[in-house]
Design a binder for this molecule. Structure first.
Ligand SMILES: *Cc1c(COP(=O)(O)O)cnc(C)c1O
Length: 382
């Protein structure tokens, strides 16, 4: 048997698992010790790769995992027993039985869901764990905060459903601290309408990454739900609130496939969308929108080659992107080009990269395609 040849990488995402572990420990250290850490790893752990990310977070001390659906939850369950896995999205009726099969924790927003989970639990002689979700103004999931008391009573009456937690989600934590404070007040008031709900046994959580930044270090609850920040990304580019100095886990890299000279005045790329204003050296990169460089980056983004910023010229195409490398001494075929990350003393953050497609880091991470291998740096990073 021959093993497959190790083909060179044309475009890849580098994932620094040691940085991920350091980030979790830094975030933990910034919080009082009794606060539980819910690691949010939906959407393939924000594009970082579910298996590797979750395995490292288990090792680093995450208390609980939160995902979007039962498929993601089952994948975590296969990696290790013992960690509660909370499914954040509503379940389709035919998915209910997997709560039992994989011993998952569901989110409930309606009495109907409680009845469904109760009957599935009764049939399997199993108690289904749930977290009560309270809508404090997002208008998406959860029982409206004024009606939380009724849903709580409904859960208490269901013999095969056990309440393990309650939570809410902030809709504007990164842009409207006053409304976020109002949401905190609504959440606390709703909890008071649930007699017998004690903080001791239940997990009460509200803060996502942006919430953590604006919570002034106070934690009226006993758990946090962290997604973006554990990957070393601040919820908004100009965050001055950063209390925790996390480092990026993800970088996005490609190579120069071709270098050539073109005369001033040439109109280049699809639609002839860029006119060279000088005699130029262009570098053709081995990546395009088929890899996750949004077409909206056309004529806007920059990449790093040999530590210098090179503007994208004209439209991003499916498999290639043209950049201006005139000012890069010695540029040649095979050079590494950094789309997101550091090179020499220069850096392009994922926040900056996202602005070039009018996007946000969360979406950018979800847009790196399947063609892009995730390469794991597994050093201890000590
Ligand atoms: C995605 C998500 C989070 C994590 O948010 P970040 O901003 O990435 O920290 C927390 N809670 C819920 C309900 C989510 O859907």
């Amino acid at each position: 048997m021959h093993s497959a040849p190790q083909l060179p990488l044309r475009c890849w995402a580098e994932i620094d698992l040691a940085a991920l572990e350091r980030n979790l420990k830094l975030i933990r250290a910034s919080l009082p010790p009794h606060i539980k850490y819910v690691a949010v790893v939906k959407a393939d752990a924000y594009g970082h790769g579910l298996h590797q990310t979750v395995a490292r977070l288990m090792h680093a001390g995450a208390d609980l995992f939160a995902v979007a659906n039962v498929t993601e939850a089952a994948a975590i369950r296969e990696l290790g027993p013992g960690w509660p896995v909370l499914v954040l999205s509503p379940l389709l009726p035919e998915e209910d039985k997997y709560l039992v099969d994989y011993d998952l924790t569901a989110t409930v927003s309606t009495p109907d869901e409680v009845d469904r989970f109760d009957s599935i639990g009764r049939a399997a002689d199993h108690v289904v764990a749930v977290h009560l979700k309270i809508d404090t103004g997002m208008g998406r999931l959860g029982v409206w905060h004024e009606q939380a008391g009724q849903l709580y009573e409904h859960i208490r009456k269901a013999r095969h459903v056990r309440l393990d937690g309650a939570f809410t989600h902030f809709s504007s934590a990164d842009e409207d601290p006053a409304f976020t404070d109002e949401q905190r007040r609504r959440f606390l008031a709703a909890l008071r309408r649930c007699p017998g709900l004690e903080l001791g046994r239940l997990l009460i959580h509200a803060d996502n990454s942006a919430g953590l930044e604006t919570s002034h270090g106070e934690q009226p609850f006993n758990a946090v739900r962290v997604g973006l920040l554990q990957f070393g990304i601040l919820p908004h580019p100009h965050s001055m609130l950063a209390r925790v100095h996390t480092e990026p886990v993800f970088s996005f890299r490609t190579r120069v496939g071709l270098v050539k000279r073109l005369p001033a005045g040439t109109d280049i790329s699809y639609g002839r969308t860029h006119t060279l204003n000088r005699d130029s050296i262009v570098a053709v990169l081995c990546a395009g929108y088929g890899d996750g460089i949004a077409r909206a980056c056309s004529n806007r983004a920059h990449v790093l080659i040999r530590g210098r910023r090179c503007p994208v010229l004209g439209r991003v195409t499916m498999d290639q992107t043209i950049v201006d490398a005139t000012d890069v001494p010695g540029v040649q075929c095979g050079d590494e080009a950094v789309l997101v990350g550091r090179q020499g003393g220069a850096e392009i953050s994922i926040a900056e990269f996202s602005t070039w497609s009018d996007s946000i880091p969360w979406e950018t991470l979800c847009s790196v395609t399947k063609r892009v291998p995730r390469i794991y740096k597994t050093s201890l990073g000590l």
